[in-house]
Design a protein around this ligand. Structure first.
Ligand code: NDP
Ligand code: 8X3
Length: 251
């Protein structure tokens, strides 16, 4: 009997690549996101017997619950939850940032992730399943304009480690994946649709791809069941850290 993965945010980027890779390797997938046309296209591409679409906004926990309760029985038993849906909005310093954008990041990256995890936990425990949460290098390394986004991803990392403690003895594995720069729709979303900004960021930088992250997720998910990757940070070789900044009087 093949295993079933539920991937949130499967309409683009890491989530779409992960759904494709897991299905190619014989898993069944529940794919979720807000954009119904993309979910339909992905189900069509991968095959309705292997993939089931579920359209909801992760910020709306009632809609999420209703949608997941309506899954056909052949897709209802989830072995792996990949909490991937998320976003960054804006790059402004905190004192110029839009509070609504901060709220949207918290509602999506924290509250939505928390709610779907809470819903899926009993089934995951029953099936000795696994959870992979997508955090970010922004969880550990602050950068100008990263403010709330980095804060949400720090939550994801710490929540993952906390879940590991709570799930002690259940056999359920929990991993926090913490990628650096990867070319997806991430920057397009962050900049409100500025394709030029996205192309400039990634241009010549040889960033990671969605497929690189999908391969990592698949590796983590298919390790022998006695091994748990707690947290895994990855970056393109072209990305690293800069030093502290110092403000001087008169500058
Ligand atoms: P994309 O923008 O390409 O994909 C984001 C996905 O999240 C989409 O499928 C989108 O679906 C979904 N999503 C966003 N908001 C909601 C919502 N309210 N309800 C349901 N689904 C939602 O970005 P990535 O693939 O790059 O990002 C995936 C994850 O990886 C995010 O959590 C991001 O923070 C994280 N990450 C990305 C990095 C990068 O450099 N790309 C690095 C580190 C972490 P839809 O719009 O259809 O709802
Ligand atoms: C985003 C990672 O490196 O673009 O989560 O800030 S980075």
């Amino acid at each position: 009997m093949s295993k079933t993965v539920l991937v949130t945010g499967a309409t683009a980027g890491f989530g779409a690549a992960a759904a494709r890779l897991f299905v190619k390797n014989g898993w069944r997938a529940v794919v979720t996101g807000r954009r119904a046309d993309r979910i339909r296209a992905l189900v069509e591409e991968l095959g309705p017997g292997k993939v089931c679409g579920s359209v909801f906004d992760i910020r709306d926990s009632a809609a999420m619950g209703t949608a997941l309760d309506a899954l056909p029985s052949s897709f209802a038993g989830i072995d792996l939850l990949i909490n991937n849906a998320g976003l960054a909005l804006g790059t402004a310093p905190a004192f110029k940032a839009d509070l609504d954008q901060w709220r949207q990041m918290v509602d999506t990256n924290i509250t939505g992730l928390m709610a779907i995890t809470h819903k899926m936990l009993p089934g995951l425990i029953e099936r000795r399943g696994a959870i992979i949460n997508i955090s970010s290098v922004a969880a550990s390394y602050p950068y100008p304009g990263g403010n709330t986004y980095g804060g949400t991803k720090a939550f994801v990392r710490q929540f993952s480690l906390g879940l590991r403690s709570d799930l002690h003895g259940t056999g359920v594995r929990v991993t926090s994946i913490e990628p650096g720069m990867a070319e997806t729709e991430f920057t397009l979303v962050r900049t409100g649709g500025n394709q030029e900004a996205s192309d400039t960021l990634y241009g010549g930088a040889n960033p990671m791809t969605a497929e690189d992250i999908a391969n990592t997720l698949y590796w983590v998910a298919t390790l022998p069941p006695h091994i748990n990757i707690n947290a895994l940070e990855l970056m393109p070789v072209s990305q690293s850290w800069a030093g502290f900044q110092v403000a001087r009087a008169g500058t």
